[in-house]
Design a protein around this ligand. Structure first.
Ligand code: SF4
Length: 290
């Protein structure tokens, strides 16, 4: 955490209270700069206490983000961002937990964790910086790269169709599903703040271009195609959200879906209270497995 941390609850926290002294080592023009700015703006908006906040990252350029934000942080292993974040939340439910990763970490290596994070509905905000390429390993095709995408790993073009993250999130049962663009940090900050405020698993996919290795999905590519969600979209209408998630021109930005359901921590808390009221001890519970 930063030595300059403002811990006085009476004094409004500004951007410097949420930034560490470390300078990001991302390439010039990387989309992830916009995302870290949006995270800081969201924290300022909510005035969240950095000492009661944990950011968890996986592996990849984007997963370095917790290093640059003055909260507690955990730099995990590849693809395991969500299990670590879930463990933190279950152990310390009073903490705000924000998990960050990239499309490789989240949608390929860690993809097996997505349905379970959705169905558990732990109160975690998950931000995926989606650049449709593996940047840290110098430019291989990722799960969100387009069909026929040319990289070192697919020199004749990718033969797979890309994953569509929002459709996955909706079908798997995430209770908050949104899409942002790193070039619009104010909008993205509002989305992140709303995701943190949401009681349950919030999944925010962010177009965050990699100008070094992806010359297709550039800032200009998205600027020409993004649009806000239609005003009449009902955020509780999953089928309508699905029909908008799949559209590629325009790519809609905003909160596609938001519903309330019990969280994983609430379920655990209820069980503990039931057992405590019945005088059931941990030792007694463990005898079931003997
Ligand atoms: Fe960003 Fe791409 Fe550079 Fe990684 S390689 S820091 S994703 S621009």
């Amino acid at each position: 955490m930063s030595d300059n941390l403002n811990t006085d609850p009476q004094v409004e926290r500004g951007a410097k209270d949420y930034r560490t002294d470390l300078k990001p080592i991302w390439c010039a023009g990387c989309g992830d700069y916009g995302v870290v700015n949006a995270v800081v703006k969201a924290f300022m908006k909510l005035q969240i206490d950095p000492e009661k906040t944990v950011m968890v990252g996986g592996i990849g350029c984007s997963s370095r983000l917790p290093l640059f934000v003055a909260t507690y942080g955990f730099h995990g292993v590849h693809g395991r961002t969500l299990p670590i974040a879930t463990g933190v939340k279950v152990a310390r439910p009073e903490l705000t937990v924000v998990a960050v990763s990239g499309d490789g970490d989240g949608y390929s290596i860690g993809a097996g964790h997505l349905p379970h994070a959705c169905r558990r509905n732990a109160n975690i905000t998950y931000i995926v910086m989606d650049n449709a390429i593996y940047g840290l390993t110098k430019g291989q095709t990722s799960p969100t790269s387009a069909r026929n995408f040319l990289t070192k790993s697919t020199p004749e073009g990718a033969l797979e169709n890309p994953v569509e993250p929002l459709s996955l999130a909706l079908v798997m049962g995430a209770t908050f599903v949104a899409r942002g663009f790193s070039s619009r940090p104010n909008e993205l900050a509002d989305m992140i703040a709303e995701g943190i405020d949401h009681k349950g698993f919030s999944w925010i996919d962010v177009f965050s271009p990699c100008p070094t290795f992806n010359r297709v999905n550039t800032f200009d590519f998205y600027k020409e195609r993004v649009q806000p969600l239609p005003d009449d979209h009902d955020r509780t209408d999953k089928l309508h959200a699905l029909s908008l998630a799949d559209v590629e021109d325009p790519y809609y930005l905003g909160v596609f879906y938001k519903v309330d359901k019990p969280t994983f921590e609430e379920g655990i808390d209820e069980r503990v209270k039931e057992h405590t009221a019945q005088g059931v001890t941990l030792d007694k519970l463990l005898t079931r497995y003997a």
